[in-house]
Design a protein around this ligand. Structure first.
Ligand code: GLV
Ligand code: MN
Ligand code: MN
Length: 415
């Protein structure tokens, strides 16, 4: 069935989901490896462009490589923008990011089907490198655009193979010298609404399909370099060793303890070992700590506690330790007026029960929120699992998300 020549949202949604689902999926793990400026990322970008062009939207890529699709002229200002990201964490799920982009196109189809006339420009965006899986810093595309990442700092970002961000951008056909803050572009946006799969079970536990975000916890990434002495695993007496793996392991346990005491979270999820030989005591163990808490004071105290414990363990084992904060995102409190407007549209007009939830996950919406009125919609995730191939949302909940997003866009942009 089509309305006004446009397929209804569920069919459009299914078709886009089917097209996108093989892109960057690893056959062994079943998870996604859509890292910034790789072939999989380029395929995702081609998909976005095709979707924009198939709908007759004006397509553009900004100086930081973010993709935009426009209905109406963004220069008119007060634009309503929706979207998310298409990149993934290593072996990520299908929904974190893509659900927001696919739902954005499906919501536009839905609104065209409803015959809505827009009084404001409507934009759909795919922000580049949200997860920071390759270069270690999350939300590079939105950070650059919002002026929250300097050009020199961005140019220094390097992946595990020693390829710099400028080299990777150039290899993918983009100009790394063009990157930088884009206040003019952001000044044209009156509201940004990012739809995202929930990365927890709050909606499921309450029996709700869709929720509205209240805030994002402050969070950051710290690199711990433990340096000891490489030596023979078979011949070096225990007392003679300077083994950085021991201080690293004790620090992992300390992080867990500090997080439990603080009512927060702390995770060592990535590690690099040199020389990385089974029969060699390591010379270097580099671990990355991801720490998040509901407020800044708690986060600072927790990270200080972990660092102090790590220094004690390092001293005990004759190991040197350097700790570097690689990134930090302060607490985000989403725009109250926009949040209330979403609640009004979904609650009063669409008759939905929509809880307001905080989250420990970072998002481009959080980065933009300092500059642009920003809001988020969450779609139920029945297991809460995310950043894993098991991440999931049921199709009827996805469709409920599309409908809610369409209602919100209609409420914000209708003539
Ligand atoms: C992004 O998903 C993050 O919260 O790290
Ligand atoms: Mn994510
Ligand atoms: Mn995401």
């Amino acid at each position: 069935m089509t309305r006004n020549g446009h397929p209804p949202a569920p069919a459009a949604f299914q078709e886009m989901w089917r097209d996108l689902s093989p892109v960057g999926r690893h056959p062994g793990s079943g998870g996604y490896r859509r890292f910034a400026w790789t072939a999989a990322d380029s395929d995702c970008r081609s998909w976005f462009r095709e979707q924009a062009e198939a709908r007759g939207l004006a397509y553009e890529v900004d100086r930081n490589g973010n993709q935009w699709a426009w209905l109406g002229d963004p220069a008119a200002g007060d634009a309503v923008v929706t979207g998310s990201h298409l990149d993934s964490v290593p072996d990520g799920g299908a929904f974190d990011g893509p659900l927001g982009v696919v739902s954005a196109f499906a919501a536009l189809d839905e609104l065209r089907g409803r015959g809505v006339e827009f009084g404001k420009p409507l934009g759909i965006v795919n922000f580049g490198d949200e997860e920071g899986a390759r270069f270690g810093l999350a939300c590079v595309g939105s950070r650059l655009t919002a002026g929250r990442l300097g050009i020199a700092e961005a140019h220094r970002l390097t992946d595990a193979d020693g390829i710099t961000l400028p080299q990777a951008m150039e290899a993918a056909g983009y100009d790394p010298d063009a990157i930088g803050a884009d206040p003019e572009r952001l000044s044209r946006i009156g509201a940004f609404v990012e739809l995202h799969v929930e990365q927890g079970r709050a909606l499921d536990l309450n029996g709700d399909r869709v929720g509205i975000a209240s805030a994002i916890w402050p969070h950051g990434r710290w690199r711990f370099d433990f340096r000891g002495q490489a030596n023979h695993a078979g011949t070096t007496r225990l007392g003679d060793r300077r083994d950085p793996m021991l201080s690293y392991a004790e620090t992992v346990l300390a992080a867990r303890r500090e997080a439990r005491l603080a009512g927060a979270v702390a995770t060592f999820g990535k590690i690099a070992v040199e020389p990385n030989g089974v029969n060699a005591i390591p010379s270097l163990v580099r671990g990355w700590l991801d720490s998040r808490a509901a407020d800044q004071t708690t986060l600072d105290a927790m990270v200080t506690g972990i660092e102090e414990a790590a220094h004690d363990f390092a001293a005990e084992h004759g190991v040197e330790l350097d700790v570097v904060r690689e990134s930090f995102t302060p607490v985000v409190e989403f725009d109250h007026a926009l949040r209330d407007e979403l609640a009004r549209i979904l609650g009063k007009e669409a008759g939905l029960k929509v809880p307001v939830l905080g989250t420990g996950a970072g998002h481009d919406a959080g980065i933009l929120s300092g500059t642009v009125p920003t809001a988020m919609l969450f779609v139920r995730n029945p297991t809460g699992i995310s950043h894993s191939p098991a991440e999931y949302a049921a199709e009827d909940d996805c469709v409920a998300g599309v409908t809610a997003l369409a209602d919100v866009l209609e409420g914000l942009a209708r003539r």
